[in-house]
Design a protein around this ligand. Sequence first.
Ligand code: ATP
Ligand code: MG
Length: 360
Amino acid sequence: TNTQLRRYRIASVPGDGIGPEVIAAGLEVLEVLAARNGTFVLDVDHYDWSSERYRKTGAFMPDNALSLLKEADAIYFGAVGAPDVPDHITLWGLRLPICQRLDQYANIRPTRIFPGVKSPLRGVEEGDLDWLIVRENSEGEYSGHGGRAHVGLPEEVATETSIFTRSGVERIMRFAFGEARKRPRKLLTVVTKSNAQRHGLVLWDEIAAEVAKDFPDVTWDKELVDAMTFRMVAKPKSIDTVVATNLHADILSDLAAALAGSLGIAPTGNIDPERRFPSMFEPIHGSAFDITGKGIANPVGSFWTASLMLEHLGETVAAKILISAVEQVCAAGILTPDLGGRATTADVTRAVCEALRGSN
Ligand code: ATP
Ligand code: MG
């Protein structure tokens, strides 16, 4: 027949804390969505890589973790981190090796205000804030180069060297212009601090101007990162797509999440745009042990994450259907306590599944 069923293999890594709760909810919704659409199926591999595993075995992941992940079409990730494991051990034990070895050099973070969610910005409502922040995810300030000399002595010196390469900057710039082009406003802001960081970030400015020539339909401007934080608060409507370095975008993304009103709703994607390797999708929130096991974690972040993952897999229609169902549920006031509601994780999940079954 001409209606061939598309199959995707998903590596699910729920992790710690509320990670397993929201990922289970996300997988449930994905299953309903796939059944409803009837055009694709997801084969899910479950991996229990977590702080728990680290405590038991001394490693977050098995030795063959990367080759297991390479079998997948996408990675659906929850959250990792536990109060008794230092953050840098977690980061270097799990997420960074995955991002680096799978060369997920573009990190994307969509931000917008969902129905039923209030921005802390006065007068800013749904539709006023709709951004895509693109973060360079492989080099720059987080290259790990540097060191310490004369440790503990008065003359101690520590260096932390940012490394920017022409190929590294060019590939993220091309990706960002491409993403801006896909969005209705075709508007890109290139963020740097090239007045003070006069080597690497001047290179960013130069490459932005070069790449822009290949995207004449994209309107672009430049902003210094300090001015950008001001603009995000004072003139959110003037922003659409943003590209920034590893460190700068890290900071801008957190500000963006706060301005959108909740940590519990936004997703992020660690993308290999060349698709040599699977990309990894996760809610932006952490493991949130304070609410773990209470059944009140907001699953919207993992639903939006699932939608972003489907979009990356090419299932654009299904991705849109999922987001509409979530919006419908939020607009109906079925919200978890972090958004001021009284619904549980299960209530929201059930409502989204019902909305999916009912939509056409
Ligand atoms: P990590 O160390 O992994 O970053 P964390 O304990 O710092 O985890 P975060 O996930 O960063 O916690 O979130 C901070 C707070 O926001 C949590 O304490 C939690 O109350 C709240 N929060 C985060 N995500 C959610 C969610 N999905 N639903 C409800 N509340 C959330
Ligand atoms: Mg945290």
